[in-house]
Design a protein around this ligand. Structure first.
Ligand code: BV8
Ligand code: ZN
Length: 240
């Protein structure tokens, strides 16, 4: 099957790659739904919402601070690095990540579209200004503030919040012309990202899924590669 994926990608002129938490698993970042998942310990679905932040901003910030520390102690893994190589081998390439961990950027990927924002960026809820932010050296000392005095929030898309329209438009525009789509390390249950494989399929793209287990989209993909993305993606990148 991996040979078929390599042959397909050798003939691709526009490649769309969608990644989820699974691609960062090999870096030691807990996924959301895995056995050590974020949802379990910290009921992420209850914390990654505007309501949770309005009710208890300090608790939500503590959770993000904890995640920033885990991520900064980690590093990009061979799957992230393989995508940097893949980007140089295809004429048109777009990497859309659902992850907020900045690991694709740290690996060297140049064109990363962040569907759900970035945990190392903040936005002021008063004046709206965005800034990079990772004060993890200190123990959590409370809610960060903007120079205007407003409270800062993580610049991520919470449940119930819309995807930034420009990000979604860029995504759909590229998907409409992509001849091949790689879906890597996502459980395919979070919307609207979960709608993308079906959209690509309806446009006639060839779908390649990389996951350690089957997902709700597995029955619609053309090539399913069962296994770890940190083992499969380097083989693909080397074969093209
Ligand atoms: C919106 C940022 C509308 C924050 C995140 C019912 C139907 C349809 C939609 C909904 C519905 N009920 C509610 C909704 C909407 C909701 C939603 O989809 N809920 C889900 C739970 C049903 N969606 C939203 O709210 C979205 N917004 O709909 O807005 C709107 C429009 C106009 C105006 C107002 C509103 C916003 C969703 C974004 C949420 N934010 N992240 C943060 O991170 O703190 S989502 C968060 O969870 C991640 O970013 C990620 O996207 C998602 C987790 O998914 P995965 O990445 O897939 O991770 P997961 O752990 O689930 O799976 C890991 C996979 O990897 C597994 O398959 C595993 O097998 C695999 N794996 C593990 N190891 C490896 C591996 N694969 C390969 N190699 C390995 N080594
Ligand atoms: Zn401000």
């Amino acid at each position: 099957m991996i040979t078929r994926a390599i042959e397909t990608l050798k003939n691709s002129t526009s490649l769309f790659v969608l990644t989820g938490a699974g691609i960062s698993a090999a870096s030691g970042i807990p996924t959301f739904r895995g056995k050590d998942g974020l949802w379990k310990k910290h009921r992420a679905l209850d914390l990654a919402t505007p309501q949770a932040f309005n009710n208890n901003p300090a608790l939500v910030w503590e959770w993000y601070h904890w995640r920033q520390k885990i991520i900064l102690r980690s590093k990009p893994n061979p799957a992230h690095v393989a995508l940097v190589e893949l980007e140089t081998k295809v004429k048109e390439y777009l990497l859309l990540t659902q992850n907020v961990d900045n690991l694709h950027q740290r690996a060297g990927s140049r064109h990363v579209l962040e569907l759900h924002g970035n945990i190392f960026r903040t936005q002021c809820i008063q004046c709206g200004i965005k800034a990079s932010h990772a004060d993890i050296e200190t123990p959590f000392v409370g809610i960060p503030k903007c120079s205007c005095g407003g409270m800062l929030r993580p610049d991520v898309v919470w449940f119930g919040e819309p995807i930034p329209p420009s990000i979604w438009q860029t995504t759909v525009d590229f998907l409409n012309k992509a001849d091949t789509v790689i879906i890597c390390g996502t459980s395919g249950v979070v919307w609207p990202a979960a709608a993308l494989p079906e959209m690509a399929k309806s446009k006639g793209s060839t779908l390649i899924e990389i996951n350690i287990e089957a997902t709700p989209i597995s029955q619609m993909v053309d090539i399913f590669l069962g296994g770890k993305s940190s083992e499969i993606l380097p083989k693909i990148a080397a074969g093209i």
